[in-house]
Structures are given as C-alpha cells and as structure tokens.
Design a protein around this ligand. Structure first.
Ligand code: ADP
Ligand code: ZN
Ligand code: ZN
Length: 888
C-alpha cells in the first residue's frame, strides 16, 4: 500500500499534514491536487510526500485526484513547506499560492434523507416537512440550491433545518468544483477547396427565391401531363405573373388542348431550376457561410460565423455533415498581449561598467564552478540595470532555460512590459492583477506547458509553474510591495525567490538604485555578489547629459520665522510660478498619504521620541498621550518644546487632499491632478492619470509614493517634496530608510528630458542624514550612518523581528490576551535561555483600531524569532508577521 502526506484545506489542520492511503488505481504524485475525506466533508488537499508506510494505523483513502498532472513541482512543494515554517502559515495556504488562479472554491451544502427511520417520527411531520422528506428520499443526495429550484417553497430553508434537527436528513458541505476550466471554442473551416467554395457560393447566392414559381413548377412536374391553367393556378395559388415568369424562362409552355389552355413542363433543367426557385431555406445561408469562410484569413468560431452569415448553427452542422465544412473543438487562449505586436529590438553595446557586471553574471549563468548565484545590482535610475536583465534573460534562453522577472505592481506598466516583450517577441507572459480570472488561468496553463521563456509579474508571479527555471530577476528589490501584507501567508517575494532559486539551482539578480539595507549588508558580507553601476548610461554615451537634477533642501523652520505659514516655502512658490510661466510641469510629492501623528516643534524641528528606543512617539487622541510603539512608554503631550521652549509644538499631518486645496489657492492658474490610492480606487486607473499628465492636460501632479515611481515625463522640470518629515518620523525602525528611498527616487526622476531638473525638499529636519544623503543621491553615505544606528538598537539586519497582533472587539480582553502572549513568549525565551531575544510589548498597535476591533501587538526581536514562536501556540485572533515591513 502506498500512502500520501497531504496538506488539507481545513483551518484545523494547521500546521500539520495528514496521511491518506492511495487506492491502487490512482495516479498520485508529489504536487498532485486531490479530494480527501475529512470528518464529514470532502476537502481539497495537496500531496506533499509519498511513502510506503503510514505513521498512523488507520488511514482513509484519497477520494479523487483533481488533475492527473501534478499542479506543483517538487521544488514548489518544498518551497510551500519553507513558507509555512518561515511565515507560520498553514501548509495548504502556502501551497495554494502555487495553484492555478481561480482554484479556490465556494462551499456547497448537500442534503440527503436518512432512510430506515421509525414510523412514529414520520407520522408527526407537518405536510411541508413530509413533502420535503419524501422528495429527498426519491431524489437522493442533492445540492441545497438544486432543491430550492425543484421545490419552490418560501419556507424550505427552515423546513430543512427542522428535518436536520429531527435527524431525518443529513447535511454535508463540499467545496465547489473548478470554477474556471479551459475555455474551448468551435472553429469552422472549409473542407472543400477555395475554388469550389467560391463556385458553390455563387450558385447558391444567385439562386432566386421564388416560392410561388417553385410551387407551380413542382405541381406541374408532379402532374407529368398538361394541366388546365385554371386548375394549376388554383393549386399553386399563383397569379398570371408567376406563369409568365416560368414561360419566359423556358421552363414551361402554354398549349391549347381543345378550348382549354394548359401548362406543361418542357425543360430538362426543370428539377435543377426547381431547387433554385424553391430557395431552399438554407441555400442563401449556405452560400453566405461559404463566402464568409472563403474570404476569412483566420479561422472563425461558430458564433462568429453565425453572426456574420446569419446562418443558424443547424445550417453549419448540416454543412459539416455534408462534408463542406469542418468544426473543430479548440482550446482558446485568452492572451492579454495579443492586441499588441512587438518587433524584436537589438541590444546596444554595453558600457564598461555594464560589461564588468555582465561578465560576472554570465559566468554564473553558465554554471562556472565557484561562481556566485545571487547578485545585487546597485545602480541609480538610468544606469542600465534593465539592459543587464535583458542580457541575462537572453543568455538564460540560449542555455535552454527559462526565467521569472518580478517588478513592483506599480511598475507593471505597458512601458516596462514593452521593453521586455520587444526583445523576446511571443515568448513573454505577463501576470497582471488586472487580467480577468480566465486570462490568468490560461496564462498559468500555457506557462506550465513551457510556452514562455520569460514570465513578468508582481510578487505572486514568483509562484507560476515556470519549468526549467534558470534565472529570477527582482527589479527594485527594496520595494515594500514585495511583502504580502493584506492576506496570509505574509511572505516576502524576495526571500521566497532566494529559497526557490536555491532549490532549483537558478541565478538571482536583485536590482535597485537604493538597495534594501539588509540586502546591501549581505552583499557587503559576501553572501551576495555586489555589482555597482555608478553612472547614468547617458553620461557615458553623450558626455555629461542628462545630468542629475539639482536638489535643494529648504528649512521650514526658517519659513516660519519669516512669518510664512503657507505649506509652500518662498523658494518653492517661485519655482512653481516660473515652471508655470514656461509651460513646464510640476510634481508635488507627499511621502506619505494621510495624516501623521507625531509631535514636532515648528521652531527647532525637535521630534518627541522614546527615551528607551529612539522611536518616534505616536499621539493617540483617545488617550491623549504619546506612546512608544515598541515598549509602551507613555507621556502626556507636551505644551512646550523640551529643546527650545517654544510653544509652537504641533501635531503635524497633511494629506494629498489638503495639499490640493492649498495648491489651488496659491496657484489658481494651474491645472491640478491628484494621484493617490483614493483616486485610483475610483474611476481612474494609474495609466489614465499618467496619460493625462503625459499629455499635458494638467500642470501640477500631486501625489504620494506612486508619483515617485515609473515616472519619465520630459516636461517635468520641478519636483517639490511638500514635507519630507512625514515619513521620516514614522514609529518604525526603518523610517529613515524608507524616507531615503522615496526621496532618492524622487530626486532621480526630475529632469530626465531635455531641460534641466530641479528638486526642492521641504523639511523641519534639514540636517537629518537620510535627507542629506538622498539630496546628494549618495547611497553609501546613507548606508554607513544607518547601519550604525541599526547595530546600536539591535534592529535588522542584526536581529530579526516578528510581530504578533491580536484583534478583538473588547478593548480589555484584547489587552489581556496580548499580556498573556507576551508572558508565554518570555517564559519560552527564558526556558531556552535565549539571552539575546527581546520580547517587546505588549503595546497598542500603530493602527489601534481596525474595522471595529482593538489591536494589540507583541514583538519578538532576536536573531531567530522562530526558535521561540514555533514552540508556542498562536491561537485564533492572532496574526503573526515575520520580518514585518510596515507597522502593525
Ligand atoms: P535602469 O534600469 O538602471 O533605470 P536602463 O537599463 O533602463 O537603466 O537604461 C537607461 C536608458 O539607457 C534606457 O533608455 C536604455 O535603453 C539605455 N541604455 C542602457 N544601456 C545602454 C547601452 N549600453 N547603450 C546605449 N543605451 C543604453
Ligand atoms: Zn523646539
Ligand atoms: Zn520605547
């Protein structure tokens, strides 16, 4: 007997797998999706392993194999296991990342009558109950929805429940079968040659339709002898005109027999003519179909043929029976790129910097012994990183392998896609969240069949079934969107990619202008090979042009001293006005959406921080206190600045909407466009807003993170950062890194066209190293400072963090539960003697209340938080986030 270890789609099953017996006639592989009995239900499962022996005595057999071809490769099954362990997520959920899109099913409820019940039980039933029970006895097991259709009664649900309680019927639930299956269509093609089709079509279409003539001719043919004209007219119910037409055609003849005028058939063409005259209902339609198919340059579907020819399906089928056409059942692929055509672009000659980076990657792709397998390609925007990716893809393909390219969702614009697709026409698949489920499913199938050399997509594209994976490229590897934050598993695509590459022996290229601090640290340590592209390609090719934009830092404290209370400094106001004068475009950037909740002195720029953790304190209005989100240190909000005794100590916070209002007031002549998540969730897509701005339908674009990315608009000569401090003082250890990344990105965007660019950064903290380094686009300066702080406070990469958030509608209960958790974590730490592990909290989460639930947080900070977390029970209501990217 063979057994399978199976990850079952049941919430109670976490984090275990279950053993099932494999019936001897089933073909089950590692990675197969199956149906298994689980309690009273039939659930989906993924086969993780096959064994000859079962660790448990009694096993149920697998009920059904969902697809004969396993859905997951063995490497993917291992990756699922790693994700489950690493992110504390259920095994099935982790494996489900790699299932075809649309695989999740709805739960269906089935009911069946239980026979052999005592007569007394039946006797006491109401007529309605009896009716349903009897119906179910005869119908057998039935979907509730089906029952409702067949027995249209209002009370049916109630009655079913009553019968269930009485033990007369049994309710079971199952997951719905595949919602999306490959879409097939019937294509019609000609079975006769084109010349014949043309002749037949002409003949059929030329056929006159004269039913009256036909009736008369038929009558006369059948009579076989001259018929008196009056009788013929009466029988065929026709007029003199009809007779004349047939006579003129030479088909019949008038003859006097005695006194009576008679009609008789005289032509041998009569029977052929009869067919034509009759205009056999199908004739014209047959002709149209033939003509249509003969003209068409591509196969047409039956529905296209029907729509264009006017012929019903029965006619097409009849034509198939007669051997004129054939109907083929073909799987239809919904290819999202079909509407565009690409011509292959040829690669440029590499610059010396690119050449040296490329030669190292090339050696790894060719599996030269000792060559590294992970590269960190560090280069500012425009330094030619993408060109290196393209080379690496080309070589991967030449070596008979395939690749996956990950880009941040926001960068998944037609521009990016075109750039890849134009180098490898027809060999690129794009996984985009905007694809319909059907399109996603088709792409998945085609990828599995090895149709694409390159798959491009955002984080989830890592999990496509790309065979022979030889290369994974992660562009903008520092992006926080690579971390899944809105649903479990809370995986990081970069870390999962590194694991997958290790499992299949693929090369990884991480690319960024501002690498994640941890990635850079690892590269410096030698875990990754660091490749630097310090210059823009243009500088090498065209002398000093285009150059980096001029970046200026404006001290907002000085503005206040000069009695300027506007959100625009005098310098920024002048710059905006002069850009408007020259019909140039401006971007106003807010490095965080919505309001911030820190306290800052507007005279000296001092920000209230935790004495113990150096983290910015967050103002909580409900409790009127400033709270540290790491250690729960609390103080009342100060009325004067502890540094300079100024009373202008303010709660800052400004959103895009407010900036828009202020801009409209200050620059009434400018046409404004706002771009943030609130807007793009509504009517306009990113592309539409971008297009509008590109077409110069607006002068000033106001937005958050989004405007910083993927923008290459020649007319933009000025970028204003309204208040850099908003992200700088987020209560998170990586607030500085985040600010540096955003500002560098913005600074790198201006002036990419013909005209020189200018960036103005407004801040109350003009001396902050993150702002200074970003203004100079000096990654190393930032890194050297930041890494010292990280080490000082024991933050990543020197430790790892795990955040546990508990949510509950009752505030007190929530806090108590968090305290219990913190205690058990401390106990576990102490029992393992892990002196270097810190348990932080419990504290109210940064987002203190969400959808009516209070939220409390506990953090583990240690070299290996899983050593503690994997030993404790994380119950209902808790969310564990390993290596959290944001604030809980
Ligand atoms: P990055 O990805 O670092 O932003 P790109 O690869 O997009 O940089 O390069 C910036 C621009 O320079 C692009 O327009 C690209 O086509 C061009 N480019 C890159 N490498 C070369 C090269 N070796 N010769 C000429 N142009 C190049
Ligand atoms: Zn002050
Ligand atoms: Zn603190």
């Amino acid at each position: 007997m063979k057994y399978a270890q199976i990850a079952v789609n049941a919430p109670t099953a976490w984090p275990r797998s279950f053993t099932y017996a494999i019936p001897s006639n089933f073909h089950v592989f590692i990675g197969s999706a199956v149906w298994v009995p689980f309690g009273k239900r039939l659930l989906q499962g993924i086969v993780l392993n096959l064994t000859d022996q079962s660790p448990v005595e009694e096993t149920k057999p697998i009920a059904e194999v969902i697809d004969s071809h396993p859905f997951l490769s063995e490497a993917q099954v291992e990756l699922a296991g790693w994700i489950s362990r690493h992110y504390l997520s259920p095994l099935f959920e982790s494996a489900a990342l790699m299932l075809p899109p649309g695989f999740e099913r709805r739960v269906l409820t089935f009911i069946e009558a239980l026979p052999n019940t005592s007569a007394e039980a039946i006797d006491v039933l109401t007529p309605m109950q009896k009716k349903i029970y009897d119906f179910l006895l005869t119908s057998g097991r039935l979907d509730v929805r089906e029952l409702k259709k067949q027995v249209p009664q209002k009370q049916i649900e109630i009655t079913v429940n009553q019968l269930t309680r009485k033990g007369l019927i049994l309710k079971t639930t199952e997951l719905e079968r595949a919602r999306i299956s490959p879409k097939f269509k019937d294509y019609v093609t000609l079975s006769i040659d084109s010349q014949k089709a043309y002749e037949e079509a002409s003949r059929l279409l030329a056929a006159r339709k004269a039913p009256k003539q036909a009736d008369l001719l038929k009558f006369l043919m059948e009579a076989g002898e001259p018929v008196p004209i009056a009788r013929a007219k009466q029988n065929a119910k026709c007029s003199d005109g009809v007779i004349k037409a047939l006579v003129d055609d030479g088909l019949i003849q008038k003859a006097k027999i005695g006194k009576t005028t008679t009609l008789k058939v005289i032509s041998e063409r009569a029977s052929e003519a009869l067919n034509n005259l009759r205009g056999e209902k199908g004739d014209k339609q047959w002709g149209e179909v033939l003509l249509l198919l003969n003209k068409s340059t591509k196969p047409l579907t039956t529905s296209e043929v029907r729509a264009k020819s006017g012929a019903p399906l029965t006619v097409i089928q009849e034509m198939e029976e007669k051997g004129w056409v054939s109907i083929e059942h073909i799987r239809l692929t919904r290819d999202p790129l079909t509407h565009r055509t690409f011509s292959a672009a040829s690669p440029p000659k590499l610059t010396p910097d690119q050449e040296s980076a490329w030669s190292q990657i090339s050696r790894s792709l060719q599996k030269e012994p000792g060559a590294p397998s992970v590269f960190l390609l560090h280069g500012i925007t425009g330094s030619g990183k993408t060109e290196i990716y393209l080379r690496a893809l080309e070589q991967t393909i030449a070596l008979g392998k395939k690749a996956i390219v990950l880009v941040p969702e926001i960068a998944l614009t037609p521009q990016t896609v075109d750039r890849f697709a134009s180098r490898f026409p027809d060999r690129v698949a794009v996984i985009h969240s905007k694809l319909s489920p059907g399109e996603q499913f088709d792409e998945w199938q085609r990828i599995r069949e090895g149709e694409f050399d390159v798959v491009i997509g955002s984080r989830s594209a890592l999990f496509v079934p790309q065979p022979d994976l030889g290369l994974i490229v992660i562009d903008e590897e520092h992006e926080w969107t690579y971390k899944q934050h809105d649903k479990t598993p809370l995986y990081h695509a970069r870390d999962a990619a590194l694991k997958l590459a290790e499992l299949v022996g693929a090369v990884v290229i991480l690319g960024s202008a501002t690498p994640d601090l941890e990635s850079y640290h690892r590269a410096k340590k030698g875990d990754y090979r660091l490749l630097e592209l310090p210059n823009r390609v243009g500088e090498f090719h065209k002398g000093a042009f285009p150059s980096l934009p001029q970046v200026e830092i404006i001290d907002l404290r000085q503005e206040l001293k000069s009695r300027n209370r506007s959100i625009f400094s005098r310098k920024l106001t002048r710059a905006i006005n002069s850009a408007l004068d020259l019909h140039e475009q401006v971007i106003l950037f807010l490095n965080r959406r919505g309001t911030a909740s820190f306290v800052q002195c507007r005279d000296c720029g001092h920000v209230m921080r935790c004495r113990r953790c150096e983290i910015t304190l967050t103002h909580h209005e409900s409790e009127n206190s400033l709270i540290c989100h790491q250690c729960n240190y609390r103080i009342p909000p100060p009325t004067t600045c502890p540094e300079c005794w100024s009373r202008r100590i303010k709660f800052l916070g400004i959103g895009t909407q407010k900036v828009e209002e202020e801009t409209a007031k200050a620059f009434p002549r400018a046409r404004l466009l706002r771009w943030d998540r609130d807007v793009t969730q509504g009517k306009y897509s990113h592309e539409e807003i971008l297009k509008k701005f590109q077409d110069h339908q607006a002068d000033i674009l106001i937005g958050t993170q989004m405007v910083a990315k993927g923008l290459d608009i020649p007319l933009v000569t000025l970028v204003g950062v309204v208040n850099a401090d908003v992200s700088l003082h987020l209560p998170h250890f990586s607030a500085g890194e985040r600010t540096f990344q955003l500002l560098s990105q913005v600074a790198g965007r201006a002036g990419r066209g013909r005209r020189a660019g200018q960036v103005i950064i407004q801040t109350y903290s003009p001396g902050h190293y993150a702002i200074l380094a970003a203004a100079r686009q000096d990654y190393n300066a930032f890194y050297e400072q930041e890494i010292i702080f990280r080490q000082q406070y024991g933050n990543p990469p020197f430790n790892r963090l795990a955040s546990l958030v508990y949510a509950h509608t009752n505030a007190k209960r929530c806090q108590e539960e968090a305290e219990k958790m913190a205690n058990s974590l401390r106990e576990e730490r102490d029992s393992q003697g892990l002196a270097n592990a810190a348990i932080l909290g419990p504290v109210p989460a940064y987002i203190q209340r969400l959808r009516g639930r209070y939220r409390w947080q506990v953090m583990v900070r240690s070299p290996d938080p899983l050593a503690i977390l994997s030993r404790i029970t994380i119950g209902q209501g808790w969310t564990a986030d390993i290596d959290p990217a944001g604030m809980g």
